[in-house]
Each structure stands twice: as structure tokens, then as C-alpha cells.
Design a binder for this molecule. Sequence first.
Ligand code: B3K
Ligand code: ZN
Length: 853
Amino acid sequence: HVTIWRKDYRPPDWLVPEVSLDIALDPASTRVRSSLKVERNGAHDRPLRLAGDEIRPLTVTVDGAEARWTLDGDTLVIDLGGAEHAVVETEVEIVPQDNSKLMGLYASGGILCTQCESEGFRRITFHPDRPDVLSVYRVRMSANKARFPILLANGNEIAKGEGDDGTHWAEWHDPFPKPSYLFALVAGDLAANRDSFTTMSGRKVDLAIWVRERDLPRTGHAMESLKAAMKWDEKVYGREYDLDLFNIVAVDDFNFGAMENKGLNIFNSRYVLADQDSATDADFDAIAGVVAHEYFHNWSGDRVTCRDWFQLSLKEGFTVFRDQSFSADMGSAAVKRIEDVRLLRAVQFPEDSGPLAHPVRPESFIEIANFYTATIYNKGAEVIRMMHTLMGAEAFRRGTDLYFERFDGQAVTCDDFVDAMEEASGVDLSQFRLWYSQAGTPHVTARLEHDTGAARATLHLAQAVPATPGQADKQPMVLPLRTALIGTDSGRELAAERVITLNEPSMSVVFENVDEAPLLSINRGFSTPAVIDVARKSGELERLAQTDADPFARFEALQDLMYRALLAGARGETVDYDPVVAAMGATLRSNALDTAFKGEALIIPGESVIGDRLPLVDPQAVHESRDALRGAVGASLADDLTAVQAITASGGDLSPEAKGTRRLRAVALGLIAAADPSRGAALAKAQYDSADNMTDRQAALATLANLKGPERAEALDDFYRRHRGDTLVIDKWFSLQAMAGRPDTLDQVETLRRHPDFTMKNPNRLRALAGAFAANPWVFHSGEGRGYRMLADFVIAADAINPQVAARLVPPLGRWRRFVEPYAGRMRAELERIAGTPGLSKDVFEQVSKSLA
Ligand code: B3K
Ligand code: ZN
């Protein structure tokens, strides 16, 4: 397996200004005839090389005559002699119904659809298939009219008609030059939720969300989200939609969330379909976020795209920042920020401190599909957010305006983006660029000194970036820290918030007129994605948890109090639960805090993130420590928790208040059950039975799934019967059981693996079972290595079907170095077993070999 290096980038030898496709669709045998107009790019005498993957050319012609060609592996090499341009035509046959990798053209429940990012177009036809080759596409599709009445592709439909033998055809044209990874087509028996949007310049755009007829009632939220996103992008970024048509299609079999194909977004149905009875508040939020994300890509990704795949964060980091900002504006900004940081810490921080750590702009890869990571997406978004913090909203907007204007229609780099931001804002970003090249989460230590006599406080800051694979020595980074000082007794603001930029290994900042003992409120809003270690006197966190005016900082103080107890417990020390209980109780009872915030702030950190704060992890000790804290809180705050658990919100109400009420209910129910399982079971059963929405029902079932007693099986069976055949909800049924913290969960996973509804061919279902139990630390690490063996078995079996999805299951095993023995050795042994499996895909090979290195 070859490693591709960023430093080896060379512009393409041949450009392809026009692509014309003629595709005779049939699940069992699809003929793809392609005509590429190619143009020599610069002076050279190299042949035309067209990428292919699992396809063979049936015919190849150049300017209408038979061509001289060879195959170099899967690559078609055509000698064009001295020609400066030519028309190259090829024909291939593909079998969509056998395409279990779900890359290229494949079948999903009777629908034919495509997925081309990153390198799927080469599974449809021969093409350079690299993002810096942009073409105008014309696509003619034909198919059986009864089975595939709807034919869609990028851009606009320009002609259609009837063919022989019950076929029909449609021709689509996309006027915007685009890279091949944004090509898409869909054929199927689909119904549309239609609407329209009038853009800021007064153009009417037809919107359609295409699903199976029976799913139409579940498309309303996605449509509202789309219109809100279109409006928001006009208002906040000045970006207007550019075609007359915008189509979204939902399919059940999809490798990830969704895809931003120009004018024809294709979605995993879980990010489109929702109603009160089938989707949780989190599902509704995720749909809004993903619909917006894909829509925003129309500018940050499609109009301005990536030069090469090392620049992936150029579009992904920026677009995640845009969708995060959109969601913050649509709901509770404080809650959104807490959720985003929770995700960053749960997924990106461990990635950044493990064997798969890579910079936001990687230097090399074996399989690019492995680099659609939390680092590229979420840390990439944090990098954009820091630019916003450093230059302010107005300069940031000037920067993005310049970026879009300067690079419209081009394939560019992360450096091009930063250049534009720097130029428009006047802020020097030279050192800041290290965020793109240095991997690893920076660690900051902070200590505040107060000289009472001089009324002066001095903040001592230091930073260090840990070594990561291939990067032993790091340079100091630019860390913008939003910081304020608060009076310990008065709660007054002693020093107004300002952005302190730590860009040296260490520095000290002086605050004058600090006439009261100050509390340090640092990294407010998580302005820098770093680990901040603050030297605190006793009582400080308790005060901050009650007084900090910044909701995120307040959340952090409460979390840090929880961590103090959780880590002490995991180390086997005696734990004083009183400060945590008192702070949580005060938060619960506070009249000043809103429900949505309370719901977030009272969530006790999970076992995996607790482990991340320990030098080496003993999963059993972490589990016991967390259980003990949950029990202590549940017992001490029983009355308050019972009170909030009883408060309901109408299931159809999706306001932040209503969502917060349900969140708080769920948190309270879990804590009550941790202290008193039988009371918990009774309350959960009642909540389950009376629920008028999936959020309450799922929360109740999750609590019951952890418990013994007859209510558990009853509720799980009822849930299954009630939702049988409803794929997305049955995914939840699988996950809930795999997430349960019970000694027999591994047995249940084994049983579920043989359930008639289980299939590894559907990525959602595979993740609902295998992904879920691997994210349940106590269970995953239990059974003397049995959990590891089960995950490895899933990886090996899935790899033969769908390598991309299989490779995404590897990271939990890859964290083996972080665990005490005998856990570490057993995890490693399973990685070695995977590595020794014959015929491994390069996707899994890369993940496993890097995890063992
Ligand atoms: N750009 C796609 C992700 C493609 C993943 C390919 N392995 C969805 C998104 O980020 O919007
Ligand atoms: Zn994206």
C-alpha cells in the first residue's frame, strides 16, 4: 500500500473542461459511456492517465478513432501523441447491485444513487478523479420507467423523453464547473416534498426533498431547516444560492452523514427523516445541522473547492464552523457550544493524543477515506473559530468575502484561505498557521497571583504541545484565551473580559486595580481548543460554578468539580462528594439559569473522557468511580431530581426550553436510578408509557435497559413491536441494548448480531451495534478481552463488505497504549489478529498498522 505525500503535489497534466456521460441504468448491469474533452496542461509529453477502480474499459477511442491504451494497475494510460487536446471516449459496465462498498454507483432499497467523494467517480468511469480537475457536466440517463420513474443529476434538467421497452431518459446539465467528487445521479421511485425559496436578489429556487412515498410526512423538519439555512447564509455570509433547483435525496444505505453534490445533495436517511414519534431532540438538531452543513458547502466546497485532499479541512473545518454558528443562532448558543466542545473532547482530543494523530492539514495518507476525522472537521472548525475570535466578526466577514470572490470557480489550499483572512483583516497570521501543520492538543498551565497591597493580579501562563507520530518537537502556538477576573466574595467583574493571546512558551499578564481576591475565568467559550490546567485554591471552582457570567465557563467549573471527584475515585482515594452535590444542587435550583443550560451542565462526564484525564486507565476503576458519584448525587439530590423528572414538555415543542426540560428529565431519571434502581425502574416505566415523543421514550428505555427487573424486557419488546420495520428507530433499539451498562451486555450483543434485523451491509445498523458497544467502555473492556475480540470480528467481517465503514471501527482498539495491563496487551493482540488477516483493505490496513506502530 503506497503512501501519498502532500509535498509531492503536482498540477494535473491534463485538464478536462467538459464531461459528457450517457448512462444506461440497470442494477444488474449499467453501461457508462463517457466523453471527455481533454486539454494538455502546460508543456510536457506525458500520456493521459485516467483513474479507474474495479472497472475495465470495453472500448476506448480518441477523436473517434480506436486509441492506443494500456492499463497500469487500475489506471487507464492513453497515448495522445503530440495533441494539445482531444475527445476521449470510453465505455464500461458496472453492477450497482453488487457494490457493497457504497462508493460509486450503488443500489439502496431499490434506489440507484452515487457517492463520489473522495475517489468514487473512478468506480463509475475512467477520469483523472482529482479535485483540481474541474469540468462542466452533461449527463444523459436512461432506465426502466416503472422501477425508476424519477431521474436526477446535478444542475438542471434540459430534456427528457420515452425510450423503447418501457424505458425513459433524462438529460441534465450543470453549468458550474466542478470536480468529479461532486458528481451525482439518482434514479428511483421517489416522491417529493416540494417548496421554494426566494433568494436575496429575488430569484425563485425550487426545493425538493425526495424520499419513498411513505416517508413524506417525515420531511417537514428537513425542509424548514433548508430554508432557514439558505436565509442564514445570505444574512451572515452574503452567500446566495446559484441554481434554480435544489434537490435532496434520502437513502438508507450511506457510509456517513450526507454529501454536498452540486444541486443534488444525497443524505443518509437518518439526517432527513424525523417526526415526534420517531426522532429525538438530538436527531432533530442533527438534521438541522447536517442539512445546513451540506447546503453551506455550495459555497465553501463547491464554488470554491480543494486543490488536493490534504486541503480537506479547507472545506470541512470552515463548513463545520458555519453549521455550528447557524445552529447556535437557531437555538441556545450556550448549549450548542457545550455540545460542540463535548464532542471535540470525546472524539478529537483522544485522536490527537493517540496513534492516528494528524495535523488539520495532513502530510501524508494511505487511504484518504480514513481522513474524514474529528481533527479535519471539528478541530478544523476550532481553527476557523479562533480566527474569528482574533480578528472579530466584521474583519472575519471581510476575509470570507475576499476568499469567495478571489477563488470562485477554483480549487485552492488552506494557505489561500488564511492569506485572504490575513489580507482582509490586517491581522498577522504567520505563527497562527502552525494550527494547520502541528498535530496534538496544546496544554496550557495557568496560575493567578494576587498582591493585595498593590491591588495587582498577575497571570502566569505556559504552553506545551505534546509529541505526536512523526512530530517530536513542537513550536509554541497562538492560543487566544478569553479571560476575565471575578471577585471571589462579591462576584463582581474585577477585570473585564479580554482576549489574551498566548504565543510564547510562557508569559505573564498583569491586571491593575484588582482590589479583591480574584477568581480566574479563563478560556471562556472554549476560545482555544486546548487542555487548560489552572492552579486553583479550594473553594474557587465552587464559586465560579455559581458566579461566572459566561455560561460556558460556568459549565466548565461544574465539570471540573465533577472531574475532581471522579478522578480521585478512579485513583482509589477517598472522595468528598459534598462540593459536587452542593454545586449540582445549586444549579438545579437556580432561578437565574435556564432549563436548557441546566440540562447540559448536570451531565456527568462519561467513562471514556474521564479516562482521558488519567495517566493510564483502569476501566473497572473508572466505572466504579463514576457509578459511585452518580449514586451519591442521586441519593443526596433525590427530591430535586424527582421534581424535575416530573416536569414534562409537549412533544411537538422544539424550543430550547422544551428540549431543555426533556434533557433535564433524562439526566434526572438516570441519576435517580443510579441511587435507587427500583424507584428508577418504576419512574422510567411510567415515563416510557406516558411519553408523547421519542426523546422521553428513548431516555426511559435507556434507563430501563441498564436495570434488572421485568420492566426491562417488557419495554424493549414493546419498543420493538411498536417500531418494527421502521429502520431508523430499530437502529435505536440495537444501540440502546449495546450501550447498556450491564454485566451481560456482551452476550446481548452476540445475540443481536444473529437477530434477523441485523445486517452488516447497512452502515447505520452496523454502527448501531458494533459502534455502540465499542463506545460503551465498561462493556467493551469486560470479559477478559472478549469485547476486543468481538470488535475485531466485526472489523474483519465488515472489511470484506465495506472497507470504509470497517476502518472506522478500529480506533477504540487503537487506544491500547492508554490502558493498564492486562487490558493493553489484549487490545494489541486483537489489532495484530486483524493485521494478520489476508486480503485486508488499505483502509483497515492503514488504521491497524498505524495503531500498532
Ligand atoms: N463531504 C462529505 C463527506 C464525504 C466523506 C467521504 N469519505 C460530507 C460532508 O462533510 O459534508
Ligand atoms: Zn462537509
